[in-house]
Ligand binder design. Structure first.
Ligand code: SF4
Length: 172
């Protein structure tokens, strides 16, 4: 086929900055991985199901392999016994990656103020967005997702923020 038979709008040009093109691509193709341990995970299932339909936001490719995910959503109570597992999953995700802490338990331990429960996952991994509530409704999670997408489009995140983080399980 000769090039001149293609119906391309040859008189049209789109200009942008490389950062903006990358931000646009990232915001439109988030691949979440859910680390769900309790009731908040049910709210995530609702967000992903037909009524709330997370695929409207381009984030429906939920992976349970950290190597295929770039958005970790932690939903539920995290005990100190689970902490190394969560940390390992986070470490196995490749950069760039983002973390949403969903619900009071993941954000702060919730009402489980006891010796078994981590008082917020940011004791061990960096968190980009916190979603409050017990449980947060699916709309709250989708609101966090849209906020993250807006931030990605404008390249708000410092690429070093995760590398510079030192949590309780980071030794050095
Ligand atoms: S924040 Fe509330 S709903 Fe979510 S895991 Fe904790 S107790 Fe359950």
């Amino acid at each position: 086929m000769e090039l001149n038979t293609l119906t391309l709008p040859l008189d049209t040009a789109i200009t942008t900055k490389l950062d903006e093109a990358i931000g646009w691509a990232r915001e439109s193709s988030l691949w979440p991985m859910i680390f769900g341990t309790a009731c908040c995970a049910i709210e995530f299932m609702s967000a992903a199901a037909s009524k709330y339909d997370i695929s409207r936001f381009g984030a429906e490719v939920v992976r349970f392999s950290p190597r295929q995910a770039d958005l970790l959503i932690v939903a539920g109570t995290i005990t100190y016994k689970q902490a190394p597992v969560l940390k390992q999953i986070y470490d196995q995700m490749s950069e760039p990656k983002w973390v949403i802490s969903m619900g009071a338990c993941a954000c702060s331990g919730g009402f489980y103020d006891n010796y078994t429960t981590m008082q917020g996952i940011d004791e061990i991994i960096p968190v980009d967005l916190y979603v409050g509530g017990c449980p947060p409704r699916p709309e709250a999670l989708l609101d966090a997702l849209v906020t993250l997408q807006n931030d990605l489009r404008t390249n708000k995140y410092n690429p070093r923020r995760h590398k510079d983080f030192k949590g309780k399980l980071d030794h050095v």
